[in-house]
Design a protein around this ligand. Structure first.
Ligand SMILES: C[S@@+](CC[C@H](N)C(=O)[O-])C[C@H]1O[C@@H](n2cnc3c(N)ncnc32)[C@H](O)[C@@H]1O
Length: 236
């Protein structure tokens, strides 16, 4: 994590003691050198899995950060591509990397859109929303999509109980819970609260039809299940 281009331990600690919005402002110029930026491997696998679900004209990247998901939209959409994020610093980085995209500073829980998008994607950001805020978040996305529009995002298989990944994510969430009990402003970021079954239920209750698609480019586990699925939620 601590490459010469990336943030120092001290910079990450200062970020983690800030609010989510200010924390990302502080991290923005070095964000792409952290493992928090969605990898090109995942972006390519999403692009490949999305293509047959199109065509798409307009696209929205929710919580776009420095613009990882905008590259996916630029590949699969034939018309206007838009990113929203509430961090001005992250948007500035996205603006430099994606000069033709429309970039809007907004809170994902109060999106400023009419039903105008054929495709909405989001990467690496759902951990910033508490489960109780998820129905509101999905309602905002539903209202931003045209009838027949698609919300799509990758959902990795859960780490096996007892594995190293399992304990890493468990420990991260535990540290964040302690931090948020003791410190203000809160920094909401939990890895283990976005569970597939709950998410599919919330999407269906919002009015989406949900299908799951193996992201073949990321491979399969020993039991034959995909390492990562694309959740595709269609507005009916
Ligand atoms: C881990 S970064 C992911 C960035 C990018 N999507 C990627 O995959 O590389 C999470 C992003 O979500 C944004 N974010 C978190 N909560 C938000 C909210 N309520 N409204 C808008 N943006 C939010 C942060 O500012 C940050 O840019």
């Amino acid at each position: 994590m601590f490459t010469p281009q990336g943030p120092s331990f001290r910079e990450l600690a200062v970020q983690a003691l800030s609010s989510v919005e200010h924390g990302y402002d502080l991290l923005a110029t070095k964000f792409d050198a952290t493992p928090f930026r969605t990898s090109d491997r995942v972006l390519t696998a999403v692009t490949d899995t999305l293509r047959p679900l199109g065509p798409f004209a307009t696209g929205l990247d929710l919580c776009c950060g420095t613009g990882a998901g905008l590259s996916v939209l630029e590949e699969v959409c034939t018309d206007r591509v838009t990113g929203i994020d509430f961090s001005a610093g992250m948007l500035e980085e996205a603006r430099q990397a994606h000069p033709t995209a429309t970039l809007i500073r907004a809170d994902a829980l109060t999106l400023p859109f009419t039903p105008s998008f054929d495709l909405a994607v989001s990467f690496g950001a759902f951990g910033h929303f508490l489960p109780r805020d998820r129905p509101r978040l999905f309602t905002q996305l539903h209202a931003s999509l045209r009838p027949g529009g698609l919300l799509a995002f990758p959902q990795p298989a859960p780490a096996r109980v007892g594995s190293r990944d399992y304990w890493t994510l468990w420990s991260f969430d535990a540290v964040m819970r302690v931090r948020n009990a003791l410190w203000r402003p809160k920094f909401v970021m939990y890895y283990r609260t976005f569970r597939l079954a709950d998410v599919v239920r919330d999407l269906r209750e919002t009015g989406f039809e949900v299908t799951l698609h193996p992201m073949e480019g990321l491979g399969f586990r020993e039991d034959g299940s995909p390492v990562c699925r694309l959740v595709a939620a269609r507005k009916v």
